[in-house]
Design a protein around this ligand. Structure first.
Ligand SMILES: Cc1cc2nc3c(=O)[nH]c(=O)nc-3n(C[C@H](O)[C@H](O)[C@H](O)COP(=O)(O)OP(=O)(O)OC[C@H]3O[C@@H](n4cnc5c(N)ncnc54)[C@H](O)[C@@H]3O)c2cc1C
Length: 495
């Protein structure tokens, strides 16, 4: 089943307890901060129905039309189709959006891989896992990810501080479990469901914990409060900040004030082994769409820098070309990692086709760790005029406009309005509040850098490198009694 944009809007317009900038949100669909993000998500739904994009966005199975984004991956082609659909969305919205569903649904496929392990730990929830996995494909819901708690003082165990710093179960009822705490979730206020699970945790030797719980959360559940960070949309004119006003995705602290989670939505409960397992496999699929967005970001950096140096005639200078080549190398490095990861994909324990884990996780580190440097390079190539340029209103005003038109007309091909537009776009991409937030998003939103390194550490084939040196150096057989196990069941890591 595929929904329309309006059906999606209807599903979230349910009077949720949403707050921003110290005010309660009464009309989320038309609120200046939320409207752009909701319109983007609705647009993605509508693209699935339009002649031009239907075949890119959907597939047919068992007489039903479903979203490509939600399709479980069984082949290389499935990943290529997903990539094409994401690129169609980014083309359409003219910017980068990440938390629109396709980047979080992969966490459910990790659950699919882990269903046998989870059932072994506690078979009570097997049906719930299967049903939600099917729903993820057929119900076309917009699902987000809930991993990160406020966490509190990590030098002390949860019981020696406010226990709500980590989400936990406080009671059981005949209908379900009562949950208290909070989670950070991008896009939560306008999503349908979230896959909620514990953050990275050291469970020690304890087998059972009220903090070890995973479930599917219906965002319309009573008791949830959505406290959102200030938005970038609506603050300044779209002419001056085009990206802030078009593609800002609103992050939210979702407070669970004794929220009842029905038993039928619970995936695991109390067993720390289940929680550990799901954390360690969480991003084996979802890292792909997360990193894919950075290719588009890199395209935006390259295009902005190149248009600027073309405008100013600097594109013929070898030192400038060298800097552009570094940007291209960054872009192609990520592209190569993702392409190879799909080409050399691996079969998961659940029989799905997962991107080659070592290549995927090294691509994630490359993309995230070098982004600040690449943004700085693009900033350098754009020059200081990016931040010195007056705003749109000054270009329009009869007193100042003629002066600005004179000084911003570069030559017969580059009129002042094109130069103003490019510099405004560059400022928003590289220097605005939105730009800084975007870098932080890539740094943390899937998991922090140490967890990204950990995921690669557990996926890389260390034995091969050891063998190369053992042979070359003529080392004896006694020195390596233990080999590194490449455990596909546990490859990957999350935040
Ligand atoms: C823009 C944005 C959007 C986000 N969206 C979501 C979302 O949709 N869903 C979601 O669940 N979360 C989301 N997050 C939260 C994100 O997952 C966390 O920020 C991230 O996991 C880091 O956790 P933290 O912020 O508590 O930082 P901390 O845990 O306080 O970590 C800060 C730093 O401390 C160090 N550190 C901490 N622990 C260790 C350790 N064990 N070993 C080594 N070093 C360590 C590292 O240097 C780390 O980077 C988002 C974050 C951002 C910034």
């Amino acid at each position: 089943m595929i929904r329309t944009g309006d059906e999606y809007r209807y599903s979230i317009n349910t009077g949720r307890d949403i707050w921003i900038d110290g005010e309660k949100v009464e009309d989320i669909l038309n609120h200046p901060v939320f409207k752009p993000a909701i319109d983007v998500r609705a647009r993605i739904y509508d693209m699935a129905h339009e002649d031009k994009t239907r075949s890119i966005m959907t597939y047919e199975a068992d007489g039903e039309t479903n979203s490509i984004a939600h399709k479980r991956p069984y082949s290389e082609q499935d990943w290529l189709d997903k990539r094409r659909a994401v690129e169609a969305v980014l083309d359409d919205v003219k910017g980068v959006v990440t938390r629109v569903g396709d980047a979080t649904i992969g966490e459910m496929w990790s659950l699919y891989d882990g269903r046998d392990v989870l059932n072994e730990v506690n078979p009570a929830y097997a049906d719930n896992i299967s049903r939600h996995l099917d729903d993820a494909v057929t119900a076309d819901l917009f699902q987000v990810s809930a991993n990160t708690d406020p966490k509190g003082d990590r030098s002390r165990p949860p019981h020696e501080q406010d226990p709500d710093m980590l989400l936990h179960a406080v009671a059981e009822t005949p209908r379900g479990i009562i949950v208290r705490g909070a989670k950070y979730e991008t896009a939560a206020a306008y999503a349908n469901r979230a896959f909620v699970k514990p953050t990275i945790a050291n469970w020690g030797n304890s087998e059972l914990s009220e903090y070890a719980l995973g479930f599917s959360l219906d965002m319309n559940t009573p008791g949830l409060k959505f406290i959102c960070r200030s938005g970038f949309a609506g603050r300044q004119k779209p002419e001056d900040y085009p990206l802030s006003n078009r593609v800002d995705e609103v992050d939210t602290l979702v407070v669970f004030d004794d929220v009842e989670i029905p038993w039928e939505d619970v995936f695991f409960y109390q067993h720390t082994k289940a929680a550990t397992y799901i954390r360690q496999t969480l991003h084996r699929y979802s890292a792909y769409p997360f990193v894919l967005r950075v290719i588009r970001l890199a395209d935006m950096l390259i295009g902005t820098a190149l248009w600027n140096v073309k405008q100013t005639g600097l594109d013929k200078v070898p030192a400038v070309q060298e800097k552009l080549a570094r940007l291209a190398c960054y872009r192609e490095g990520i592209h190569a990692h993702l392409t190879a990861a799909v080409k050399l994909g691996e079969t998961s324990p659940g029989g799905l086709y997962m991107p080659n884990q070592s290549l995927l996780y090294s691509g994630r580190i490359l993309a995230s760790s070098q982004l600040p440097e690449m943004m700085h390079l693009a900033r350098e190539l754009c020059g200081g005029q990016m931040v010195l340029t007056p705003d749109y209103a000054s270009f329009q005003h009869p007193e100042t406009g003629p002066w600005l038109n004179k000084f911003y007309s570069v030559n017969e091909n580059w009129v002042a309005e094109d130069r103003r537009r490019l510099l405004a776009y560059a400022r928003d991409l590289l220097n605005s509040d939105y730009a800084g937030h975007r870098v932080t998003f890539q740094l943390f939103a899937q998991s922090p850098p140490f967890a990204n390194s950990d995921a690669l550490y557990r996926s890389f084939d260390w034995n091969h490198s050891l063998d190369v040196v053992k042979e070359a150096a003529g080392l004896s057989d006694n020195i390596l009694p233990e080999r590194y196990a490449k455990d596909l069941a546990l490859s990957g890591a999350g935040a």
